[in-house]
Ligand binder design. Structure first.
Ligand SMILES: [Zn+2]
Length: 332
C-alpha cells in the first residue's frame, strides 16, 4: 500500500515556512516532491498561487518564484501559499501534458489517489492545498505558439454571485484583457473544481513566443495589483504599460462562432494582431497548405464584429486546430 499525499511541514506556522507537497509514488513513477512556500501573517485573505500546471508555460513558475522573494516582507496580513511548479515532470520536459502518462493536469481535477501520476498530483492539491484557500491564482500562459495579451481568464460560472466576485478579482489584476471564456473543454479543469467548492479562482494567461523580461514584468505587476486589491499588501494598483497603452478591457467569447479553426493542414500566416478590432469579413489570416502544389491558400475571415483575443503565431497546424479566438465586450 502506498503512502497518502502529505505536506512535509506545518502550513499554519506563523511567518514564512517552506517544505514540500509529497505526491505518492504509483505504478508509473516514484513519489514527487513539489516545493511549497507558506507566508502566514495571521487573519485575513487566504490565497493559493500556483504555476507550472502546463509544462511549456514558464512565466507562471518564474513569477511565483519572484513573489517568494519579495512578498514575505510586503505582506501585511492573511496567508499566501505558493506552489511555483504543480507539474514537475511536464516542466522538466517543457511539454503541456505530463510525459509519463500523457495527461493534461488541467483536465483531471479533482484527481484520483490511485490514478496515474497526473491524477495523483491533482488529488494531492485538491486534498491538501485547495481547502486552505478562499482564492486561487493559477498562473498559465498560452505557450509558445500563440500571441495572446497579458490577461486574466475565467469561465462562465452558474452561481451569479461567484461569477461577479470572480470577474471582479480578475479585473483587479488590471491586465490588458479580462476574458470570460466560454470554453468547449472544461471537465476536469482546476478552476471548475475550485468554483464548485465556492472559491474565487482566476487564471492568468499570456502568450507570444518565449519567456521575456517585459512580459514577466507585466505579469508580475498584474499579480501585485491583485494582491493589493485583496488587502494582502499595501500600494497603489496601476495598469501596466502594454503596447504604449495603459488600459484594460473585459471581454467574453461565445461558442462556437468565436473559435476560428484551420480549414486544412499547413502554416498559418496571421494578418492581424491580438486585441485588433475586426469587422465581418475582415481577413484574420491565411492558411497555406504546404504539402501540395495544387492546393490553394485559404483565407480565414472574421464571422462578425469582434476583438481578436488570441491568434496562432507559430507551429504547423492540422485541420480543425484553433487559429484564432475572437471575443466581444462583456455583456454584464
Ligand atoms: Zn496552461
Amino acid at each position: 500500500m502506498s503512502e497518502a499525499p502529505h505536506l512535509t511541514f506545518d502550513l499554519d506556522k506563523p511567518g514564512i515556512s517552506k517544505g514540500h507537497l509529497v505526491v505518492p509514488k504509483g505504478a508509473d513513477c516514484e513519489a514527487l516532491s513539489l516545493p511549497v512556500f507558506s507566508l502566514n501573517k495571521g487573519d485575513g485573505p487566504r490565497l493559493l498561487i500556483t504555476g507550472g500546471c502546463h509544462g511549456n508555460e514558464l512565466e507562471g513558475p518564474l513569477v511565483a518564484r519572484r513573489l517568494v522573494e519579495w512578498l514575505p516582507e510586503a505582506q501585511t496580513c492573511g496567508r499566501v501559499i505558493i506552489v511555483p511548479v504543480l507539474n514537475p515532470p511536464a516542466v522538466q520536459a517543457f511539454t503541456r501534458n505530463t510525459p509519463i502518462d500523457g495527461l493534461n493536469l488541467n483536465r483531471v481535477f479533482p484527481g484520483r489517489a490511485n490514478g496515474s501520476v497526473t491524477e495523483r498530483i491533482a488529488d494531492a492539491v485538491s486534498r491538501l492545498l485547495l481547502p486552505t484557500a478562499d482564492t486561487v491564482f493559477d498562473l498559465h500562459s498560452f505557450g509558445p505558439t500563440w500571441d495572446f495579451p497579458p490577461s486574466t481568464t475565467t469561465h462562465p460560472i452558474s452561481d451569479p454571485a461567484l461569477m461577479a466576485k470572480t470577474i471582479g478579482m480578475a479585473e483587479a489584476f488590471k491586465l490588458p484583457m479580462t476574458l470570460v471564456w466560454d470554453h468547449p473543454d472544461t471537465p476536469g479543469m482546476f478552476d471548475i473544481s475550485a468554483h464548485n467548492k465556492g472559491k474565487v479562482f482566476v487564471c492568468a494567461e499570456l502568450g507570444g513566443g518565449t519567456v521575456g523580461a517585459e512580459s514577466l514584468a507585466i505579469y508580475e505587476a498584474g499579480v501585485r495589483n491583485a494582491l493589493i486589491s485583496l488587502g494582502l499588501i499595501e500600494g497603489k494598483a496601476e495598469y501596466p504599460m502594454f503596447r504604449q497603452r495603459k488600459s484594460s478591457q473585459t471581454l467574453q467569447t461565445r461558442r462556437p462562432a468565436d473559435e476560428l479553426k484551420s480549414p486544412a493542414r499547413g502554416i498559418f500566416e496571421p494578418r492581424c494582431s491580438m486585441l485588433d478590432e475586426v469587422k465581418q469579413g475582415d481577413l484574420i489570416g491565411i492558411l497555406h497548405p504546404m504539402d501540395s502544389s495544387s492546393a490553394d491558400s485559404n483565407d480565414v475571415r472574421s464571422p462578425g464584429p469582434s476583438i481578436v483575443c488570441g491568434i496562432r503565431s507559430g507551429g504547423y497546424v492540422e485541420v480543425d486546430e484553433w487559429l484564432a479566438l475572437l471575443a466581444r465586450p462583456l455583456n454584464r
